[in-house]
Design a protein around this ligand. Structure first.
Ligand code: NQM
Length: 361
């Protein structure tokens, strides 16, 4: 099934319809998307990291968890398939997909589904409306970066602090100096490096195309990222999609902060979900790089993150603990929509589907 999840789009599969062997599975998924090829012309991917994504979903064997969700990022041009990051945007469609495929029973007018994000072994609860036992996609919730409105999907996160890097502040400091630039290296669900846009010589409200075209800037950013990867216990990150790089500046449109986020080589048209939660957390820490630019507004727990196509609201609760800040709950609102359900035909005949339409994706 192809679904839009938040501001991303991907192919959703039931786990047992894919090969058990991860190498074989990854080859199949790269073919499905049409990678390696910058245009993904011979597959269903959309030629951008935000539309070259896969969700693998199964009933969970963990007590009190309904579903396991493995996220896989398919590299558009290189055909790599990585499980090294979460995706909170595709997460927004996981509950509805599971109801569509009858992986979970659904009744009443609302589903509340506990989902284990396998990539980081952390848990999210998705809440979304139902109509006669099926997901209800229509609604009046608008999210920046998606035209029109759809039904609200509420996502509440638990245990995201340090879920990939082992600690909220994996370098052990709230601020590091990397290649002469101050940075906060943080992981509250997504390994992210927060930097002041001005420290890298940009205003911070440029378009993604303008920033991507600035080779001097992108090379400097990548050099900082490689050093940050070591500091964040991620090792050599040359070939990986984390950490993300978020450049912050004073808000321009009534929000709390303005961002431009590299994921990590393309500039995001908005901002990722757990990326937003991580940036919001960094900015709420005393001494967090860019925290002095934050407009805390009337509700400091709700950080309104401006991005290239609008604003993303991330609720992050923090408390002071004896050994530093303790991250409480975080929550965000998304929408998701079923776009297509059918059979995909990978190029390699060995992967030819035997199912009839409506069977596997
Ligand atoms: O941060 C893009 C997206 C994402 C990831 C990326 C995401 C998240 O917008 O939780 O959603 O950072 O690669 O889908």
């Amino acid at each position: 099934m192809v679904m839009r999840g938040g501001t991303s789009k991907g192919a959703y599969f039931v786990a047992d319809e894919l090969p058990d062997d991860p190498d074989e599975r990854d080859l199949l998924l790269a073919e499905v998307m049409g990678s390696p090829d910058p245009r993904q012309i011979d597959g269903i991917g959309g030629a951008h990291p935000l539309t070259s994504k896969v969700a693998v979903v199964s009933p969970s064997s963990v007590p009190e968890i309904d579903l396991d969700y493995l996220f896989l990022q398919v590299g558009v041009a290189d055909g790599s398939v990585s499980d090294q990051q979460n995706c909170g945007n595709l997460l927004a469609g996981v509950g509805q997909f599971a109801v569509e495929r009858r992986l979970i029973a659904a009744s009443g007018d609302r589903a509340q589904v506990r989902i284990r994000m396998v990539n980081s072994d952390s848990v999210a609860t998705a809440t979304f409306p139902l109509d006669a036992g099926a997901p209800s996609y229509d609604g009046d919730t608008a999210i920046s970066g998606v035209p029109g409105t759809a039904a609200e999907v509420r996502l509440d996160f638990e245990d995201t602090a340090g879920s990939t890097c082992g600690a909220l502040l994996p370098s052990g400091a709230v601020a590091d100096v990397i290649d002469g630039v101050e940075a906060t290296c943080i992981d509250n669900g997504m390994p992210t490096v927060v930097l002041r846009a001005a420290d890298l010589g940009i205003a911070g409200d440029e378009t993604p195309a303008e920033l991507e075209a600035d080779q001097h800037f992108t090379e400097r950013l990548e050099a900082i990222r490689l050093h940050a990867g070591e500091l964040m216990n991620l090792g050599d990150v040359r070939a990986t999609t984390v950490p993300k790089m978020s450049l912050v500046s004073a808000p321009r449109a009534g929000g709390s902060i303005c961002t431009r986020t590299f994921i990590p080589r393309r500039c995001h048209e908005a901002i990722g979900v757990l990326g937003a939660v991580s940036v919001a957390t960094a900015l709420r820490l005393r001494g967090g790089v860019g925290s002095e630019l934050l407009n805390a507004g009337i509700d400091p727990d709700l950080v309104q993150i401006e991005h290239p196509t609008g604003t993303f609201a991330a609720r992050v609760e923090l408390a002071d603990g004896p050994a530093g800040p303790v991250v409480g709950r975080s929550g965000i609102v998304r929408t998701a929509r079923k776009l297509f359900d059918g059979v995909v035909f990978p190029k390699n005949p060995a992967f030819s589907p035997s199912a009839s339409p409506g069977g596997s994706a």
